[in-house]
Design a protein. Sequence first.
Length: 291
Amino acid sequence: MEGTLPPLGALRAFALVAETGSLTAAAAALNVTQPAISKRLRLLEATLGVALLRRGANAVALTEAGERYAAEVTAAFARLRAATAALDARPAPLRLRAYTTWALRWLIPRLPDFRARHPGLEVELATSTALVDFAREGMDAAVRSAPAESPPAPGALRLQPLLVAPFAAPALAGPARHRRDLGEMRLLGSRVRPQDWAVWLAAQGRAAATPPLLFESTSLAIQAALEGLGAVICAPAFVAEDVRRRRLVPLAPGTTHGAVPSGDHYWLILPPAPRPEALAFRDWLRAAVAE
């Protein structure tokens, strides 16, 4: 019999009889008849060539060999159950609340790297400008902007300064040597950050001739700029790919596209007792920002 295994169904029946001490209980657990359990037990004993049970008129008991074998079989089934459960032991998705534009144009392009470093851990994104209520909403983390000296919550981790610079579609901006003046363009911005144009223009010693056209989000303002509707003010990181592909061009010179600090930073907020997955996301996010 070396190198072979007894029938699995017979082993399962034996383990249940050993556990319950009853043919009836084992039959009920396997949803079969009691004679079917008896048949499996006889098959197991015949295969092994060892008596495992002492049969009485109304009960069964394990022989000495049966006791030893039952201990090993029960432990083996326990290991099988644990191994099976581990196959689907994926952590619950990490739920993150963030601003639409930051999530769309900064985080999502970097999420493949996070998944590669943390296989099996998914990130569920919810976008909102509202303050997060961890206890009520079941979020694991949130990203918000707030002034550098005023964290949005106790223990918040400062991620990166929020810089802003102007961009426009090439057809609207004109050739590089003869860029149109901003005063000739419609200024596009976001209701979430209505002050960004004033901050940037003040850094240039200027002021807006007319109020900017404000959209619900910076993402919408960027899309409007891509369609040639005006010049958008936003973080250079949000439009880096558009600039690389020449869908947008910077309207100020320099390697940073004339970006100036808006006065705000992005912050990561965690609940008081964060999940290990949230801490892993925090460490990855800190490294991604540093890069």
